[in-house]
Design a protein around this ligand. Structure first.
Ligand SMILES: [Zn+2]
Length: 369
């Protein structure tokens, strides 16, 4: 399988074709309406009196129970309130509570605990662009934003590589790892690009990566100031524009992680575990989605289309963009968090597949294309 194939998505036509074939219908808007009446396509009815919370709650339920049908989101349903670029700049994030570095060390706070804690504040009416925490360095109080869609991209780069061996051969350590004072690692990792146009590798620089001695149970090393950077073109806009947040301009002090950077982190975890060295990575703040959430991601990418407004007040059909997919993944997490007990929340993401004790990954055989 080629790299492009792994990341390729079907358009509206590819999505509905198997259903059209079943009834021998040509590809047209009329046929799609026919599939709605036949119950092959579910078009949720948005009731005017609904507030955004009830709307989102309803859509989250539809998403969860769609089976092999297709969802057609009506024009009345606003998936994200802004354009994808604006959403990236101004959308909400799920914020981890602020702790000082010494509190994190003293209370032994892991990324997972802080994520679960933050779920108490999640709102169904909001449109999220990721989760975030803030670094504590005196010189650099950077906001670190992690979009779920980027983690999934990273999983595709990393886990597919394990299975198909296409990508693992292409990821490599460019420079040696420096262990700092035995608490932090520094490395450069080369990750293949995933775009069709650009086949070159992306060099990812990882700094202040928390490590611990193999077999040591002492994970009391701060992960708050993890710093990962690359020259991926997707960061360009951020460099030039920055982001407004809560009335404050965040230029230069916000980092939104991309799939390559997260894949490099995953790679480093595995590399350090298997390289025969004395150290392993102590914390992973990039939560791997569990099978249930990945299923929802698959539905969002392969079974959901939306009505969009075109000229003359007419509507056309389109697949969801990444900002919309991100927001709807959070909808599922919010829905889940509100229906579950506190201790069961957050099961959607992670460490089930990532062993923090020895830094290994479990097989994520479900992350396939
Ligand atoms: Zn990138």
């Amino acid at each position: 399988m080629s790299l492009e194939k792994i990341f390729e998505r079907e358009g509206v036509k590819g999505m509905v074709l198997p259903k059209l074939d079943k009834y021998n219908l040509p590809f047209s808007r009329k046929s799609i309406e026919k599939l709605v009446t036949l119950g092959e396509i579910i078009k949720p009815q948005i009731i005017k009196s609904f507030d955004s919370e009830s709307e989102n709650n309803y859509i989250a339920c539809v998403l969860k129970n769609i089976g092999d049908k297709i969802i057609l989101l009506p024009i009345e349903y606003e998936i994200i309130p802004m354009s994808p670029i604006k959403q990236r700049k101004k959308g909400s994030t799920l914020k981890f509570k602020r702790y000082s570095e010494s509190q994190v060390l003293y209370y032994h706070l892991t990324p997972r605990q802080m994520f679960i804690e933050s779920l108490s504040n999640i709102e169904l009416s909001k449109s999220y662009t990721g989760y975030e925490w803030q670094g504590t360095l005196y010189t650099e109080k950077e906001f670190k934003v992690v979009p779920l869609v980027e983690i999934i991209q990273a999983c595709k780069i990393f886990f597919n590589s394990k299975e198909t061996k296409i990508l693992s051969e292409k990821i490599e350590i460019e420079h040696k790892i420096y262990y700092g004072d035995g608490r932090y690692a520094f490395a450069n990792v080369l990750v293949p690009s995933v775009s069709k146009k650009n086949t070159e590798k992306r060099s990812v620089n990882l700094r202040r990566i928390p490590i611990k001695r193999k077999n040591s149970l002492n994970e009391r090393v701060s992960w708050l100031n993890i710093s990962v950077s690359s020259l991926c073109p997707e960061h360009d806009w951020q460099f030039h524009f920055g982001r407004y947040y809560g009335g404050r301009f965040r230029k230069g002090s916000e980092k939104i992680f991309c799939g390559h950077e997260i894949a490099a982190y995953f790679y480093l975890i595995n590399y350090m575990k298997n390289s025969g060295g004395d150290y392993v990575i102590a914390h992973n703040p990039f939560f791997v989605p569990n099978e249930e959430l990945y299923k929802i991601y698959k539905v969002l990418t392969n079974q959901v289309m939306k009505e969009v407004l075109v000229d003359n007040g007419k509507t056309a059909l389109s697949i969801l963009n990444n900002a919309e997919i991100e927001s709807m993944l959070w909808l599922s997490i919010a829905h889940d968090a509100m229906t579950k007990k506190k201790e069961e929340r957050g099961s959607y993401l992670f460490t089930k597949y990532f062993n923090t004790k020895d830094g290994s990954f479990y097989t994520n055989s479900y992350i396939k294309t």
